[in-house]
Ligand binder design. Structure first.
Ligand SMILES: NC(=O)c1ccc[n+]([C@@H]2O[C@H](COP(=O)([O-])OP(=O)(O)OC[C@H]3O[C@@H](n4cnc5c(N)ncnc54)[C@H](O)[C@@H]3O)[C@@H](O)[C@H]2O)c1
Ligand SMILES: CC(C)[C@H](C(=O)O)[C@@H](O)C(=O)O
Ligand SMILES: [Mg+2]
Length: 358
């Protein structure tokens, strides 16, 4: 049966990197119906909304969404609901994409590109499981108001609400334990339970859920320590489960262990297996339009799409092996370049992956 894929390139480098991932998908001989739609600032300019109803409808009707990136500094002065980032947040919330998988894997060929020394990072393979539809990202009330008490009464104050419901923590915790069972049976839950009530409930709930997974070794770590341990001894981690905000920050940190944020793919899944696949990075306005962005995180996200939403594990592996092959052949975009390698732009990296598919 032909599967429908919604392709939402977005802003900045979004269209450059998505183009390469779509070329790879089309080269696989899998019957796919691929439909593009505008999102983010691009959609705001066209339709006055970063997530137009037609784009949301396409995403809802598709088996999977392949997403580029959204955002540009030029929209920073818009009211929040019109900003490009609301598109990705809106898609996550509307599609119920609560589980965000961000695998940080160091390809051996990039050992010198990592921000850490090869002896600390070689063989790195960790999975950050980030809860994606709760936390301070979506909690209400939020806003900017005049403070009525405290030393700053009378001044403007910004406020947000961090919140997690117990079932919300429970469902991501289950996925964390199940992911750990398929790997090395180690799960580290990251929170800030020494300060935050939300985190206390998080920790208590994860401990409850752990009773159903006696074969998994559960540890807990405060997020500040986790940020430190990730650069001190990253291989001590296997699966990390954490909330939306901490997961956002820790996954960018983990990306640099793999050589570049341009290497970190992601899958965001809902309860019925529908997924949105996107690189973990943003629209990179500083390099947009120059043809130099690394498309590999997006190409690897397309591999995750095949694995998790279309059940084409063999084709997913084919892409992952092709990526490894181009790295072995010495092709490097600027972000992972080192002397002696062949520096290529976005499209030439796409060409190399296509060729390496075999
Ligand atoms: N899911 C998303 O769409 C998403 C994710 C993160 C940030 N953003 C948005 O993107 C915009 C820019 O944010 P930012 O600068 O903080 O983060 P960013 O991830 O866009 O860029 C951070 C740095 O990484 C580099 N970089 C990112 N992707 C790269 C790639 N594929 N190849 C080579 N270098 C790459 C950039 O050039 C920049 O120097 C903002 O509007 C932000 O809100 C969107
Ligand atoms: C653009 C922004 C809303 C998004 C997030 O914070 O989740 C991004 O940083 C990410 O990691 O996907
Ligand atoms: Mg982020």
């Amino acid at each position: 049966m032909t599967k429908k894929i919604a392709v939402l390139p977005g802003d900045g480098i979004g269209s450059e990197i998505i183009e390469q991932a779509v070329r790879v998908l089309k080269a696989l001989d899998i019957p796919l119906e691929i439909e593009h739609a505008p999102v983010g600032g691009t959609a705001y300019d066209l339709h006055g909304h970063p997530l137009p109803p037609s784009t949301l409808k396409l995403a809802q009707e598709s088996h999977a969404v392949l997403f580029g990136a959204v955002g540009d500094w030029k929209y920073d002065k818009l009211p929040r609901e019109h900003r490009p980032e609301q598109a990705i947040l809106g898609l996550r919330k509307s599609l119920g994409l609560f589980a965000n998988l961000r695998p940080a894997i160091l390809y051996p060929e990039l050992a010198n590109a990592s921000s850490l020394k090869p002896e600390i990072v070689s063989g790195l393979d960790i999975l950050i499981l980030r809860e994606l539809t709760g936390d301070i990202y979506f909690g209400t009330p939020r806003g900017i108001r005049t403070a009525t008490d405290g030393p700053f009464a009378g001044s403007k104050e910004g406020f947000d609400t961090m919140r997690y419901a117990e079932p919300e923590i429970r469902r991501i915790a289950h996925l964390g334990f199940q992911a750990a069972q398929k790997r090395s049976r180690k799960l580290c839950s990251v929170d800030k339970a020494n300060v935050l009530e939300t985190s206390q409930l998080w920790r208590d709930t994860v401990i409850e859920v752990a009773k159903e997974y006696p074969d998994v070794a559960l540890t807990h770590m405060y997020v500040d320590n986790a940020a430190m341990q990730l650069v001190r001894a990253p291989r001590d981690f296997d699966v990390i489960v954490t909330g939306n905000l901490f997961g956002d920050i820790l996954s960018d940190e983990a990306a640099m262990l793999t050589g570049s944020i341009g290497m970190l793919p992601s899958a965001s899944m809902n309860a019925s297996g529908q997924g949105l696949y996107e690189p973990s990075h943003g629209s990179a306005p500083d390099i947009a339009g120059k043809g130099v962005a690394n498309p590999l995180a997006t190409i690897l996200s397309a591999a995750m799409l095949l694995r998790y939403s279309l059940d084409h594990d063999a084709q997913a592996k084919r892409i992952e092996q092709a990526v490894q092959r181009v790295l072995q052949q010495g092709f490097r975009t600027a972000d992972i370049y080192e002397a002696g390698m062949t520096k290529v732009g976005t499209a030439a990296m796409g060409d190399a992956v296509l060729k390496a598919l075999g």
